[in-house]
Design a protein around this ligand. Structure first.
Ligand code: HEM
Length: 455
């Protein structure tokens, strides 16, 4: 039904320059720029060169686009750029195909499937932290990236491999290396016009080579799983789930579809958790009293109990606060698939939209003293007390993160393994700065680990 009230115009953000639009501001002060325009309106227009983009500022606008009117939106420019790199999997696909693929993958993310992975997750985390030595300086960001990629590969992708844990770890390491390069390529391609983004000076060939290497690894995983047949798989692993028929597609996924889903899950599930954990360790390093609290709680978890909000409430709250203040996805996009009105603004078909969970999570209108890291703020004011759309670490609606519970479980497992043995402290002489690419991550995170004194 057409609205009878007159539309409102979305104001243009200040500082637009001819030809480049707001690109210089986005290039230099990415997050600060988006933060600075939050008070200018529910929806504000910026220009990437001559291309207008609508920035969703208010929780209501985000909620409307992600949830209430979600069917009228596709994933937009960011994912157009990602598609040639990583194919047409769950994070890039649209409409009926996306619905079918999401339904087919869902069983891998049921609570029971995740509970069945906790042993493998714990094994990988324990093996890593057991190799640290008292007083050693650990490149925590790199270690976490390898650990989380290996965890994803082992829990979701691996068939019963005859070559065992070492092969999974090695595969995880190779995947992690290529992934970081591909994600940089997607980011460059989104912000810059195509001829500039694909220039050799910006490393375009490197991005393409890394994407090819990732595709090759995923192709091999699919081929091996097909060759192994159902006896070689444990039935609940991701590839078995993908090969199994669904009512919409009784023959299951093709090899190409399965390959693209592996790539989508790698893109979505490795860097996000490792970056969030890196920020978590950074905060623990600055606040030893929080590490002690977390350790007490984790040590009291009975053997066999699953890590979760009910069993580890402080650690869970701590992670929710990390996902607020250090939300790794600082910029996500949507595109209007038809003309649509949001918060009074008429968006034409094809309009590109940006939303930033990071800047929303740092808005003083919803979070008093927003830059203060305080897990206990969630005791006074829970998610339900906030306007819908104000806390969206895993997005909302039909494109909400399918791996949210999986990610929280993995991160609780890793924090528990680390704090049970070690007190991580920042390495002397290093200043942690945020680096903003596809995700927002620490520039480097060297940390010194020392054991707890004997009780
Ligand atoms: C801290 C960790 C994580 C965060 C903060 C996170 C956040 C998000 C967000 C914000 C989206 C929505 C993207 C958009 O609006 O365009 C998303 C989608 C997605 N995430 Fe996650 N994620 C995390 C971990 C994971 C993990 C571990 C997996 C898989 C194992 C995963 C799989 C996915 C998939 C497949 C989608 C696309 C869903 C769809 O379009 O239907 N994520 N995630």
């Amino acid at each position: 039904m057409r609205s009878t009230t007159a539309p409102v115009a979305a104001p243009v953000a200040p500082g637009r320059v001819p030809l480049l639009g707001h690109l210089p501001q986005l290039a230099v002060r990415r997050v600060e720029f988006l933060q600075s325009i939050r008070t200018r309106g529910d929806i504000v227009r910026i220009f990437l060169g001559n291309r207008p983009v609508f920035v969703l500022n208010s929780p209501e606008a985000v909620h409307d686009v992600l949830l209430t009117q979600s069917r009228k939106f596709g994933k937009g420019l960011l994912f157009d750029v990602a598609r040639p790199f990583i194919g047409n999997g769950i994070i890039t696909s649209e409409r009926e195909f996306h619905i079918r693929q999401r339904r087919a993958l869902q069983p891998a993310f049921h609570r029971d499937s995740i509970a069945a992975c906790v042993g493998t997750m714990t094994g990988i985390a324990e093996e890593q932290v057991a190799s640290w030595r008292p007083g050693e300086t650990i490149a925590m960001d790199l270690v976490l990236r390898r650990m989380m990629t290996a965890m994803l590969v082992a829990t979701l992708f691996s068939t019963e491999r005859p070559d065992g844990a070492a092969a999974v770890a090695e595969l995880g390491e190779r995947v992690a290396e290529h992934l970081a390069t591909v994600m940089r390529g997607v980011f460059v391609g989104t912000l810059l016009p195509a001829p500039i983004a694909s220039s050799p000076a910006l490393g375009h060939r490197g991005y393409l080579a890394a994407a090819q290497a990732l595709r090759d690894l995923a192709d091999t995983a699919v081929r091996q799983a097909r060759e192994a047949g159902s006896e070689g798989r444990n039935g609940g692993d991701l590839l078995s789930i993908m090969f199994a028929g669904t009512p919409g597609k009784p023959e299951g996924m093709t090899d190409l579809e399965a390959r693209d889903e592996l790539l989508s899950l790698l893109m979505a599930g490795a860097e996000t958790t490792s970056t969030t954990l890196a920020w978590a360790l950074h905060e623990l390093g600055r606040r030893p009293e929080l590490t002690a609290r977390m350790r007490t709680e984790c040590d009291a978890l009975p053997a066999g109990a699953l890590p979760g909000a009910a069993t580890l409430p402080f650690t869970d709250r701590f992670l929710r606060e990390v996902l607020r203040l250090h939300q790794p996805s600082w910029l996500l996009m949507r595109r209007a698939l038809e003309p649509v009105r949001v918060r009074g603004v008429d968006l034409p078909k094809g309009a590109e939209l940006i939303y930033s969970a990071l800047t929303m999570h740092r808005d003083p209108a919803y979070y008093p003293d927003p830059m203060r890291f305080d897990p206990d703020r969630w005791l006074d004011r829970t998610e339900r007390d906030l306007p819908p759309g104000a806390y969206v670490p895993f997005a909302l609606g039909n494109r909400r993160c399918i791996g949210d519970h999986f990610a929280m479980t993995e991160m609780l497992v890793v924090l528990r393994s680390i704090v049970s043995r070690w007190r991580p402290r920042p390495a002397a002489g290093h200043r942690v700065r945020p680096v903003v690419h596809a995700l927002i991550r620490p520039n480097a995170l060297p940390m010194r680990v020392s054991p707890w004194p004997a009780a």
